[in-house]
Design a protein around this ligand. Structure first.
Ligand code: SF4
Ligand code: SF4
Ligand code: SF4
Length: 346
């Protein structure tokens, strides 16, 4: 156990923790853009700089290991002045089009610009422009808004194990792109979208569907497979407009392409929403009571004539564990057979 002083408070840290982690555990917030608790430190945005007694220059707290006896200040006039300048430089070639940006109201860069009162930019000048948009089917890559924080690169490599993107070029021309600047062609898990602190990466299907106002967040379980990831549905006018996942739950906010982007079926007009029974060779809509009575009577007839083992139940990976538990209970206890299975995945 290490003992530090941060902003005059005694704080303990585990061996191997960084100053940023020690501060965060003690509830002391330090602004960052490139840091993500699940990814290796980068030290690229420089916003997490702090002063440490005995070190003349400001250091990045995300890459500095905590040490016993360290005395740290996270917010001094000098540090805040440098942070403001860093933000102004980051925004110097940023489009600043929060008025039409998909993530306005949910953007860390916008929040920090607000916090530091950055209205006019003393460094504005040449801007990066990307004339072509990426033609991939899922992810909108609006790279003028990229601040080169590397979170997307790291999550793709360290969490997803894919390595579909990386930095290319140097200096002002530096950009995040797939190999040879081709269109993105990857697993489309959207982990990069989840961790991007700006509007550089969003879902193509989210476009112009709504931002924060009038949008309800509904936490639920993904129905695509038995893994049961937590998902958050963002719902407006009774329609799902995007899907996210909370980092604090067991799947840590990571999803697959189906869970994150394949929600169009929910509002599809092709979807069956009422039970159908085939009568005289044609499907007819019936009430749930009629459908259940009909199914029960047919099952009873079959069981009477051919014994329970003539019946089998096949359940679905798209149901929750609880639904599947009840289904096997129905087949074993009510029908009286162990012929029950589950498609396990799609
Ligand atoms: S990425 Fe953030 S700061 Fe940039 S335009 Fe969008 S909301 Fe504004
Ligand atoms: S696309 Fe987003 S996550 Fe990736 S480097 Fe740019 S700002 Fe960071
Ligand atoms: S969608 Fe997934 S696989 Fe594709 S670049 Fe982003 S993190 Fe990598």
């Amino acid at each position: 156990m290490l003992n530090l002083t941060i902003n005059g408070r005694s704080v303990t840290a585990d061996e191997g923790m960084t100053v940023l982690e020690a501060a965060s555990r003690a509830g002391i917030a330090i602004p960052t853009l490139c840091h993500h608790p699940k990814l290796s430190p980068f030290g690229g945005c420089r916003l997490c700089i702090v002063e440490i007694e005995g070190i003349p220059r400001a250091v990045t707290s995300c890459t500095t290991p905590a040490a016993d006896g360290m005395v740290v200040s996270t917010s001094t006039p000098r540090i805040e002045d440098i942070r403001k300048t860093i933000l102004e430089l980051l925004l110097s070639d940023h489009p600043n089009d929060c008025m039409v940006c998909e993530v306005a109201g949910q953007c860390t860069l916008q929040d920090l610009a607000y916090q530091y009162g950055i209205r006019e930019n003393p460094y504005s000048g040449e801007r990066r422009t990307y004339e072509t948009r990426d033609g991939n089917p899922f992810i909108e890559r609006d790279m003028e808004k990229c601040i080169l924080c590397s979170r997307c690169i790291k999550v793709c490599e360290e969490v997803q194990g894919v390595g579909a993107i990386d930095f290319a070029y140097r200096g002002f021309k530096a950009k995040v792109c797939p190999p040879f600047e081709h269109d993105l062609n990857c697993e489309f898990c959207g982990q990069c979208v989840q961790v991007c602190p700006t509007g550089a990466l969003t879902g193509k299907s989210w476009s112009q569907k709504g931002r924060q106002r009038g949008v309800r967040k509904v936490d639920t379980t993904c129905t695509y497979c038995g893994t049961g990831c937590n998902i958050s549905l963002y719902v407006k006018n009774n329609e799902i407009i995007r899907v996210g996942s909370d980092a604090g739950k067991w799947n840590e906010g990571w999803l697959c392409v189906k869970g994150r982007f394949a929600y169009g079926f929910v509002n599809s007009p092709d979807r069956l929403t009422k039970p159908l029974i085939k009568k005289k060779g044609k499907f007819e809509e019936v009430s749930w009571d009629e459908a259940l009575d009909y199914t029960a009577s047919k099952l009873k007839q079959i069981i009477k004539k051919h014994k329970p083992d003539s019946v089998g139940g096949l359940s679905s990976a798209r149901c929750t564990n609880e639904d599947n538990y009840l289904f096997q209970k129905l087949i074993r206890a009510a029908v009286g057979t162990n012929n029950v299975d589950h498609c396990a995945r799609l």
